[in-house]
Design a protein around this ligand. Structure first.
Ligand SMILES: CC(C)(COP(=O)(O)OP(=O)(O)OC[C@H]1O[C@@H](n2cnc3c(N)ncnc32)[C@H](O)[C@@H]1OP(=O)(O)O)[C@@H](O)C(=O)NCCC(=O)NCCSC(=O)C[C@@H](O)CCCCCCCCCCCCC(=O)O
Length: 719
């Protein structure tokens, strides 16, 4: 867990050995304490260098240990002892120094880093604060404003930035350990008191209160209801106003309030869920670590609408040659100008040059004959998509992987019209595709493991969080959206307003309530899908009761809104009104209020007061219930996958962990009771009927979300 060597006859080299990130587990802390004691007590040793194995200094405390009782030597006294020691200690930082790893570096008397190293205090992203002295030492070293920014955002710094801020003493392109050993030898005999960061006086910040107030407002706005950034601010205030001995106590008190909080549990769950989600498995045993992806050097995108453009940008900025295809010259030219503009802005922001030379624009599918992979992003129309796939079968070489960006159509039906169904897979991007991190990789029953591995690995290369899902209408994300949207519109029928529903969801933590989100996405898309599926429009039998379709409760209000040409932000009117078409400032619209009042009176609905609790329960419990059905159907392999999809694709608040984790935090039994209650009141809403898996989990004593998979195993899997 820590290797001890004597190098250059007098330098103790202590290497943390806890792969993959040398986290400070109990065993590592124990080994470090022993190694430091040995070094400080050995008269031959004049200096110490601390480094990490495999080119990684340290990824911080072992987060997995936070789930159980804390054991082993506590970190703070261990770090204080390193700083107080009488021999110079140098941190040799390669790879990462994060969280407790960065705090370890801060107690060393000198810090040398490799030029590619990254440093930071990401505890806030885990619902915590840096509690091994980080909130007290960093402000003393670099001042309150810079420390506040680092601690409240959790941002990683490059070695160059850390050098400029005064965190590092040297950045090197050579072997960091060797440079650190030489540095340590030169430091022998020099006074150490000014190198002990805890002994420094925090640089004075003019108008400290105003600064802290401004940052508080900023974090409250950015992360509504999230506790950790506010606790971080209080801890940093202590560094400005208290001696280290008192400040460290304040840090520890604040950490104690966060440590066992539901938010910390949710955020730590998200950290692991995100990593678990990439680990896909098929029923035939093929999985992420035994399936080799194809190398993708060139790709083609068909369709230069909003999605297509975003996908082109995502591919080109990671160095993949892209051929973009449109059906008409005018559309091609518009798409081309948009893509170039997007790439140029993106490159400017990242301080690199735009990779325009990788792009080719064409009207001819014939130009795709040699590409490694094609992503179809044409209009959401099955007949059109089938024609494209038939054409691609003829044009592309037999090994080309064919992907569809459909947001819910049958991927296998598309595979079926090609000469290579095993090479067909869904790559469902989220709009705007160059910004949104989520990618659903839709595995058809005939998609080969190599094809799935290729799509997953391409997603990762583009910086996406890729989740493998099964093939069913709407896949995971959009399938779950339906019950969520249905509940929201039923609540309008019963007496709520769009702004009331949105406010309840935004207070819960969503960046945007469901109606504002629908306005942003465009209301016409759902309207067209409802028309195609016979739920509205001329095909509906006039004798059909207006508020029932296909034997279920149906709310026609969204159709009525669309019939008035209100398609959301793009038309300047939707559930809200906007200053102009394309405007983003949503204001409640009295016309919608009137429409709802008239609608209720036409159907004899007595409006009632609806509580925020009911809004949250009906929308989110219905969402989770569909998630259970998705698990039952084998469309998602585990609850973590569903949560990751909702976190990255639908703005579910991260500090709530995702819909499935949230249900488990509320308590499955309680959620079940509430669903049964709402289902009793709405027997014609099947989405409110608790799913069999849900009931089974409650019957098994409501195991934690990480254990649900054990109860799903026996069920039919598409993954
Ligand atoms: C490091 C990374 C940037 C690497 O990224 P990369 O993409 O290369 O790799 P992966 O992310 O896929 O990770 C590989 C693998 O490693 C696992 N892992 C990564 N980091 C950790 C970790 N810190 N702990 C455990 N496991 C980790 C990851 O899960 C992968 O595993 P897999 O099985 O999937 O292969 C990147 O990984 C990264 O960003 N890591 C997290 C970095 C981080 O956030 N660090 C901060 C950790 S928190 C911390 O350090 C706290 C400190 O301030 C110390 C505080 C002292 C504690 C005091 C406790 C006081 C409690 C008081 C309360 C008392 C109340 C009571 O009485 O109850």
């Amino acid at each position: 867990m820590a290797r001890y060597e004597l190098v250059k006859r007098s330098v103790a080299l202590i290497t943390l050995t806890n792969p993959p990130v040398n986290a400070l587990s109990s065993a590592v802390r124990h080994a470090m304490a022993k190694s430091m004691e040995r070094a400080l007590n050995d008269p031959k040793v004049t200096a110490v260098v601390i480094c990490g194995e495999n080119g990684r200094f340290c990824g911080g405390a072992d987060i997995r240990e936070f789930a159980g009782p804390l054991r082993g030597p506590p970190l703070v006294p261990l770090l204080d002892a390193i700083e107080a020691g009488q021999k110079p200690v140098v941190a040799a930082i390669e790879g990462v120094a994060l969280g407790g790893g960065f705090e370890l570096a801060l107690v060393c008397h000198y810090r040398i880093a490799h030029f590619k190293a990254r440093l930071g205090l990401p505890e806030v992203t885990l619902g915590l604060l840096p509690a091994a002295g980080g909130t007290q030492r960093l402000p003393r070293l670099i001042g309150i404003p810079a420390a506040l920014e680092m601690i409240t955002t959790g941002r990683h710094l490059s070695a160059q930035e850390a050098l400029k801020l005064g965190i590092l003493d040297q950045v090197t392109e050579q072997n960091t350990c060797e440079v650190a050993v030489e540095f340590a030898l030169r430091a022998v005999g020099k006074p150490l008191s000014s190198r002990r960061v805890s002994m420094l006086t925090t640089p004075c910040t003019p108008d400290l209160d105003a600064l802290l107030e401004a940052v508080t407002m900023q974090v409250k706005k950015k992360a509504r209801g999230v506790m950790a950034p506010l606790a971080c601010i209080q801890a940093v205030r202590a560094a400005a106003t208290m001696p280290y001995s008192k400040g460290i106590k304040r840090e520890s008190e604040l950490m104690a309030t966060l440590f066992n909080s539901g938010q910390a549990q949710a955020l730590q769950y998200c950290f692991f869920a995100q990593r678990t989600a990439g680990k896909w498995t098929l029923p035939n045993g093929a999985q992420w670590n035994n399936s080799k992806p194809r190398e993708i050097r060139s790709a083609a995108i068909i369709g230069l609408g909003t999605m297509g453009r975003g996908i082109v940008v995502s591919l080109a900025r990671v160095g993949i040659s892209v051929i973009a295809v449109e059906s008409e010259k005018k559309l091609l030219e518009t798409g081309k100008q948009m893509v170039i503009g997007m790439l140029e802005r993106d490159a400017k922001r990242r301080g690199v040059s735009a990779s325009l030379n990788l792009l080719k624009f064409t009207l001819s599918l014939q130009d795709l004959k040699d590409v490694d992979l094609v992503i179809e992003a044409v209009f959401e129309d099955m007949a059109l998509k089938k024609r494209v796939f038939q054409e691609l079968s003829k044009v592309c070489r037999p090994a080309t992987v064919l992907c569809t960006n459909t947001s819910g159509l049958d991927v296998d039906a598309l595979a079926g019209v090609t000469d290579r169904p095993h090479l067909v897979v869904g790559m469902h991007f989220f709009s705007p595709a160059h910004v949104m991190k989520l990618l659903e990789v839709v595995c058809g029953p005939r998609s080969s493991s190599e094809t799935i591995a290729t799509a997953m690995s391409l997603g990762k290369r583009m910086g996406k969080v890729s989740v493998a899902v099964g093939n069913c209408p709407g896949f995971v994300g959009n399938r779950m959206l339906k019950p969520y949207l249905d509940q929201a519109t039923f609540l309008l029928e019963e007496g709520a307003t769009p702004e009331q529903v949105d406010k309840a969801l935004e207070d819960f933590g969503f960046a945007m309530g469901v109606f504002r989100m629908s306005d942003l996405a465009g209301l016409d898309v759902g309207w067209r899908i409802r028309k195609e599926s016979g739920l509205t429009g001329p095909d509906v039998d006039p004798k059909n009761p207006p508020r029932r379709r296909q034997g279920r409760r149906y709310c026609p209000v969204p159709d009525m809104i669309c019939e008035q040409g209100r398609f959301g932000q793009k038309t300047g009117r939707g559930w809200y009104m906007y200053d102009k078409p394309g405007g983003t400032n949503a204001k409640p619209d009295p016309l919608i209020q009137n429409l709802l009042e008239m609608y209720r009176s036409r159907y004899g609905i007595q409006p009632r007061n609806i509580s925020d609790q009911e809004i949250i329960e009906r929308c989110l419990f219905a969402l989770a219930n569909e998630g259970f059905r998705i698990l039952e159907d084998g469309i998602a392999a585990r609850p973590e996958d569903i949560d990751v999809i909702y976190l990255f694709g639908y703005g579910f608040p991260r500090h709530r962990g995702g819909p499935m984790f949230y249900a488990s935090m509320v308590g499955l039994e309680r959620v079940l009771q509430r669903l049964e209650h709402y289902h009793q009141a709405n027997p014609d809403v099947p989405h409110l009927e608790p799913s069999p898996l849900f009931k089974k989990l409650v019957a098994c004593g409501s195991p934690p979300v990480q254990k649900w998979r054990e109860h799903i195993k026996t069920m039919h899997s598409h993954l």
